[in-house]
Design a protein around this ligand. Sequence first.
Ligand code: NAP
Length: 268
Amino acid sequence: MQAVDFFTYVKKNRFPVTQLCSIMKLTGNTILITGGSSGIGLELAKQFTARNNKVIITGRNKEKLKAFQQELPSLITFCGDLGVQENIDELVHFIQQHHNDLNLLINNAAVQYNYSFLSEPLLQEKISYEIATNFTAPVLLTSALLPVLLKNRNSAVVNISSGLFMAPKQSASVYCATKAAIHSYSTTLRYQLETAGVKVFEAIPPLVETAMTAGRDTSKMSTAAFANELFHKMEADHYEIYIHKAKLLKLITRIIPSVAKKMMRNGT
Ligand SMILES: NC(=O)c1ccc[n+]([C@@H]2O[C@H](COP(=O)([O-])OP(=O)(O)OC[C@H]3O[C@@H](n4cnc5c(N)ncnc54)[C@H](OP(=O)(O)O)[C@@H]3O)[C@@H](O)[C@H]2O)c1
């Protein structure tokens, strides 16, 4: 493509028409957050509630969900394991029957197991569960809830991936692969929904202080700072949102990929 053609193309295609029409509003929504019982998901649930949104969270532990509901009485909870197809179907049915005004789906739930293919005794189980929770569930849930999102206004899907999709760490092989898959899927879903009125955001966190990263010494971002940066970027209609140090990792991956790989390979 010649230089002049390239700039004309960028000017013409920078903002798809439907996305220009409406900036993402972060109040007055009905929001489903998978994995809202801990860490990033719980922080998002609290902050979205404070901004006058109706928030539904999911998790696998009934007692934990009950406790958060007592703390925040407006929270709606759904208990189920999204690594299990029947639970995904039940969640979809629950939303269709009771919260048909859903307009924001946040695919956040995930597990990270650290193991070696050479020594892990529960290798097959761990691989299947990680793929089911981290990749299959968000894709199936999005597809099943798409008709609801399409009929409502200010609709969006937010997929939480990870900086590890750019440069994986050896101890979490399948986790990193599921995040690379989420990155690719988010990009193509965004292409497909570009003119349908449903925005597709991808949040790419750095290391954040949550149960998932417990016991790791390196400096971590707080969940509150994560949520603030995410909200700010969503309101500015940025779709691929590299948060905090994930921006630096992206830069290093672009300029000197071998250094990025080396830095991340032995990550804890
Ligand atoms: N923390 C980080 O540094 C970091 C960095 C990059 C990306 N991320 C991503 O950010 C997201 C949130 O992670 P986090 O750090 O907040 O983790 P977390 O504190 O461990 O929370 C994970 C949440 O997902 C839920 N969950 C896990 N497996 C589930 C399943 N099979 N079915 C239903 N719910 C399930 C958990 O619920 P219960 O355990 O109560 O069932 C919990 O609410 C994940 O997608 C993670 O990959 C995190």
